[in-house]
Design a protein around this ligand. Sequence first.
Ligand SMILES: [Zn+2]
Length: 339
Amino acid sequence: MDELKKYLEDFTKEISQAKSLDELNRVKGKYVGRKGLLNRLFQQLAQLSPEERKNTGRKLNQLKQTMESMVKERMQQMQSSRTKIENAVDITLPGKKQWLGSYHPLLIMLDQIIAIFKSLGFRVETGPEIETEHYNFEALNMPEDHPARDEQDSFYLDSGYLLRTHTSPGQIRALQRLTPPFKVIIPGKCYRRDAFDASHSPVFHQVEGLVVADSISMGDLKGTIEVFVRRLFGPERKVRFRPSYFPFTEPSAEVDISCGICGGKGCQSCGYSGWLEIMGSGLVHPNVFRNAGCDPDKLRGFAFGMGVERIALLVFGIPDIRWFFENDIQFLDQFRIFR
Ligand SMILES: [Zn+2]
């Protein structure tokens, strides 16, 4: 009996010192396992007299039950303290970062372009993205046989409608709606059946500009564009007007700015010309005034149109237009500074 008492004392000490379930199971095996101490004692019962065997057997069974319930209790204790640790809040850990969105680079660019023209007295007008062939082409002096009207180039809808291929139909709508003199810009989406590659996208953004008064010259156009370029790209940039052709302006000019990378000396970015093309412009063609119901003998105007993607590529130094449309969070996140 003393021996049993000693076993219980040792057992109690050992399970209270057990620090893990593994250790606890080892103690359990040592005493009440199949090859444990108690089983060895049970085997020795055979050597005792029947009376002693009965008595000692009962004591051994009691001891076994006590030990088993102590193991169970200790096991529950360990599990509940482990759950407590797992559920505990570690207030020294850094907090979870809140995800903040950022403006899309094209929206940043549009906002900057619009802000510059607003400061020059322009107002913002809009036009529909679904246009009639009349507004998109004919009224802009592009008759039916004009090459830009090729079905391959435009997204045609039913019965004379199409997705506008440029923001220029906004010029006709502004002439019909507003009373001169006025200065407007018309920003918006345009659609063409172009491949989706590094420099083309089937949907893109333009900003159209139109200034109408009774007396307007190329000098007014040049002055306005020069102010715009220096505000957007920096005061050191030079502006060049290169004769060109557009059906809705006469005379027409492409606007180039000096390359910001080589400063005009010529590099890979500017095709070794020193110049980068940024927009088309010109004086409003008399036919455009006529088609909008205005008298070309009484009004003059200048117009320009630029691709927002093109400008954004130059301003941000991005090599591929597709990046604007792929919604890559890592790319977009770089524009957070413009918030
Ligand atoms: Zn260059």
